[in-house]
Design a protein around this ligand. Structure first.
Ligand code: ZN
Ligand code: ZN
Length: 321
């Protein structure tokens, strides 16, 4: 299964230099989980070929406009496109009060159920959503208003049985089902075969951590160990460290140092200040501390490939032409 982060917006505060405000789509096959939804999100979705119908859930980190002003358009366009599946939006408690009047005159105006799931951004790290593919949770960040980051962990999928095992032991459908779930095999004569002898090693479960607007929080290195993708805001470079601290943001060097402490598979940068037309200084600063850094670019697709336990993680990216 594909595990791909598609970047739709990388700008902080103002749209600038052709960059749009924050919006990220984590794509697992036919589902997109949207993280933040800055102004112009639906324009970026159209630019980069994300069908709004694919949006499974939306997660809003905090109530600064550059992270949620795209919501009314994304919600109402779904109605025009004939969505009937319910849509859940996870975000700070005030989000529903702000959004609902914009998208509905009466609750019945949308052809699908719009659910707002109120999340306290200041609570501890916890699980807030799960389906058959992923678990998604939040954790508190330190910004000028209550803000949360999000983590995503892929769920384990059924094990692959070795074809020779099916033949050798004459496995029944029921036995195959239980072995795929990880159970051992007991034969009619009472002998016992360990699951590992019957299956290929399981696939690694892949992870994504999203640290949106925040002052650097070193303690996150204790919460997250070796995430595959760490998207951390890099609004400024060290030259503007004081400004970063005053405005509740991080520098590229700080994000890179945190990625190093977490041993992230890849650090992806983002949420750039409009003072950077050219992002090379941001990238170079991060790379000097953490070589496994990728510059977050709009239209860029950052993938964690499917590998098995025991194999090293593998990554791939495709940038927008
Ligand atoms: Zn922001
Ligand atoms: Zn903010």
């Amino acid at each position: 299964m594909e595990f791909e982060l598609l970047i739709l917006g990388t700008s902080s505060a103002l749209p600038a230099h052709g960059r749009f405000p924050s919006c990220y789509a984590l794509q697992l096959e036919d589902r997109s989980y949207l993280f933040d939804c800055g102004e112009g999100a639906q324009i970026r979705m159209s630019d980069f070929g994300v069908s709004p119908q694919r949006i499974h859930q939306i997660f809003i980190s905090h109530l600064h406009g550059d992270h949620f002003f795209g919501l009314p358009g994304v919600i109402t366009s779904q109605a025009l496109l004939g969505r009937t599946a319910p849509l859940s939006i996870f975000g700070p408690p005030e989000l529903e009060k702000l959004m609902r009047p914009l998208v509905t005159q009466k609750d019945t105006d949308l052809p699908f159920e719009l659910r707002f799931e109120s999340i306290d951004p200041l609570g501890d790290k916890r699980l807030i959503f799960e389906d058959d593919r992923v678990e998604i949770g939040c954790f508190p960040l330190q910004h000028r208003v209550p803000t949360m980051g999000f983590w995503v962990k892929e769920k384990a999928v059924a094990l692959n049985i070795l074809p020779e095992a099916i033949q050798k032991y004459g496995l029944s459908v029921e036995q195959i089902k239980s072995i795929k779930k990880g159970e051992d095999l007991t034969l009619a004569d009472g002998s016992w075969i360990a699951n590992q002898k019957l299956t290929l090693p399981p696939f690694r479960t892949r992870t994504f951590v999203y640290c949106t607007d925040t002052r650097i929080q070193w303690e996150l290195a204790e919460l997250f160990h070796q995430p595959d993708l760490l998207l951390h805001e890099t609004t400024f470079t060290e030259e503007f460290a004081q400004r970063a601290n005053e405005t509740g943001h991080a520098t590229a060097a700080q994000a890179a140092e945190l990625a190093k402490r977490m041993q992230a598979g890849k650090l992806i940068t983002g949420h750039y200040s409009s003072r950077f037309r050219d992002l090379q200084p941001v990238l170079e600063e991060a790379l000097s501390i953490y070589p496994d850094t990728w510059l977050g670019e709009e239209g860029g697709r950052y993938r964690v490939l499917r590998t098995r336990v025991g194999e090293p993680p593998a990554f791939e990216r495709t940038l927008s032409p």
